[in-house]
Every structure is written in structure tokens, then in C-alpha cells.
Design a protein around this ligand. Sequence first.
Ligand code: UD1
Length: 420
Amino acid sequence: MDKLVIEGGVKLKGEVTISGAKNAVLPILAATLLTDDACIIKGVPDLRDTNTMIRILRSLGKSADLEKGIVSISTLKKTGYVADYKLVSTMRASFCVLGPLLGKLKKAKVSLPGGCVIGVRPVDLHLKGIKALGADINIESGYVIAKAQELKGNHIYLGGVYGSSVLATDNVMMAAVLANGKTVIESAACEPEVVDLAEFLVKMGAKIKGQGTPIIEIEGVKRLHGATHTIIPDRIEAGTMILAALITRGDILIKNVSYKHLGALIDRLEEAGAGLVKTDNSMHVRYKNELKAINVTTLPYPGFPTDMQAQMMSLMSVTPGISVITEKIYPDRFMHVAELNRMGAHIQREGPHAIVEGIKELSGAPVMASDLRASACLALAGLAAKGKTSISRIYHLERGYENIEEKLEKLGAKVWREKE
Ligand code: UD1
């Protein structure tokens, strides 16, 4: 296993280009199972998770290859209906092959996704939605087995205890596009990645309205055809780069960013006093003056994304004053608190809140990445800290940030990889 070593204290400067969105590309690749025709997906980030989804598609009978940001998919043999434990357990998003397999084949056997360090992540909403379309569901030996004579459109309320669910909305939408009649998903997730998936499905011939709002309406069609689609920019990578500029007191031009997807983050940063200049599809972030502490609460989109919570905590840990960070999506997503405190931060966790007392400077330390966004948080902390930080289990970072070392190096960061 590799660890990432960062010699902190360099002000990042220069230009960086954001890759395609991980959370959009994974369900969109799964959606290609809905047709036997060829599909071309562009702007695909070369990530560990993307490659896992490509392996799943291959295991189900597709030919799929990622080359220079483009995945070309075609059908090699009759689509299989069993998504194997080994592949599904490594990545929760692989569970979103359930909807398209059921939609296309009227049967699917998909391993339940494994546990996750950011807290309990149930699939009850996925199953509720699929059942409402008329599928019988059984759980056997760790697999969900779903079968239906036919899928029938229905009115489905998909809100859960923590609000809407991104992948449950994706799964139900992908099953419903080939169902008979009309489906209405109420309390649907409004995330831009759900909209991107809906737009791909529409290009394939699906009839979908209301994507991006809490009510999505789907009129089932008989068959879908192949399509070509370009993935939206990754708003979480863009947000992480904005914070990298601010935490290192640097000056970065961020290209291929959709700032309309970053409303909640921009609002919080403007409140903190950050100078952000937006142009068409780029953003200039220049540290001008000391920021002030702000409170942040994560919520479903368009609220502040839980996937930016850990990185925001790094910034607040070196911003004078007290900030309260409240996690309303995954109340246990605070593994990074102890690691930031190892670097000298003053953070106290109280249930779903973290109380952050900003200090002048973090000091480099050996720390451990527990999940994807926690590793990004530690990388930001390491970039700002005095001295050397080594982050072990860096493979988490590779799940979601394409060429992150090269990108940071180009901005002047002193960063390298070492064997553990
Ligand atoms: C997606 C994102 C992930 C992000 C999360 C929340 C992908 C590949 N991943 O994950 O990066 O952190 O959205 O924005 O897009 N829940 C239930 N029952 C369910 C499903 C979810 O109670 O059946 C709960 C979850 O435990 C959580 C909340 O709903 O508290 C939101 O989770 P959800 O939106 O489903 O997350 P994912 O789609 O898995």
C-alpha cells in the first residue's frame, strides 16, 4: 500500500482542470445495461471506482474500455443478471446496476453492498421503490434477488429518515424507464448527478420530466437505444480545489467547473470572506484576507454537500473563531476529526456536530485516511501544515480524484508517494 507525503506550507498557484463527475459517471455506465446498442461516454475520469464499474459491465456481457476519457460500450453477449459479490462489495455505487438489470431483463441478482466506515448505509429505499414497480424481492445469501413478470409504473414516495437518496432515485428511475405506464418519484434526489443520468436516459429514448426537482415523472417506453453523452464536471473535486487555494493562501484558476452546482459552498465561503471570481466555466480563487469562522450544515442538494464536509473542516481548523459543522446526512461521518486533532487542530465532536476552534497553524503528522473525502480533508490539512504529513491508505483518494498528485504538483505542492 502507498502513502501520500506532503511537505506543507506552499501557496498553491496556477491552473487546474476539473475531471468528469465520479458520482455521475457510475450510474450512467450502469444505465448502458438498458440497451444492447453501443454507447459512448465522454469526459470519464480514470478512477479506481470507474474501473470497478467497467469491470462489472464486462462481467455482465458488455465490452467496455476507458481510453483518453472516453468509454465505448457495446454488447458482446446476452446480458447477465448476476452482479457478483466481489465487485459490488468494493464499491457501494455498483448497487445501481439493480435498476437497469431489472428494467431490461425483469430479473436481477445483485450482492448487497458492504458496510461503510462513514456509517450505516441501508438500501431500504432502493428496495421500496423497486417493489412499488411490481418486483418481488428476496434477500438470499447476501444477494438481493428481484424478479417481475412485468414492471408497472407507480407513484412512489422515496424520502427517507435523512431525506432523499441519490442512488435510490437513480435505481428506481432506471427501472421505471422500461416499465409499463407512468411512474412518479416523489421526494426524488435533486443532485446534478441525478439530472445528468436523467439526461443520458432521455438521449437513449426515455421519457423523463422533472429531473432536478423533488418530483420526477417517467413515462415508460418499450425499448431504449444507444447514445453518446459527456459527463458533467465533478463539483466535489472543484470544491476541494477551491478549498486548496484558500487553505494554502494561494491563487488558482479552476477550469471546467460548473459553479451553478456549487451554490451552497460558494455561499458559505462568501460568508467567510473569500474572494471568488466566476466566469463562464471557470473560477478564480485568490486568498486576499483572513477568513472568518462560519457554521455549516450538510443537507441534500441544493444544501451543503456531505461530500465537502470533511474538507471544509480542514479549512475551518485554521480559520480564527469557532465554527460548528453539523452533519445531517451521515451523522457518524467524523473519522477525520481525530486525525485533524493529531495535526494540532482543536475539534470536539458532539453527536452530529463538530465544534471547531480555529488555530493559527496545523503541524504535519502521520495520519490515516479512512474514506474518500476524509483523505481529501487530510491532504488539504497537509498542504497547509507546517512540516511533513504522511497520509496512509491513500487508495481511498484514488477512488474519487483523478491524477490528484499531478494536479497538486502542477500547482506547486510538494507531494509524493511512498511505500508503506
Ligand atoms: C451518494 C453519493 C455519495 C454521497 C451521498 C450523499 C454516489 C455514487 N455517491 O451516495 O458520494 O455522499 O450520495 O450525497 O452518488 N439512505 C437510507 N436508505 C436507503 C438509501 C439511503 O436511509 O435506501 C440514507 C443514507 O443512509 C443517508 C441518506 O439516505 O443517510 C442519503 O444517502 P444516499 O443519497 O442514498 O447516498 P448514496 O446515494 O449511497
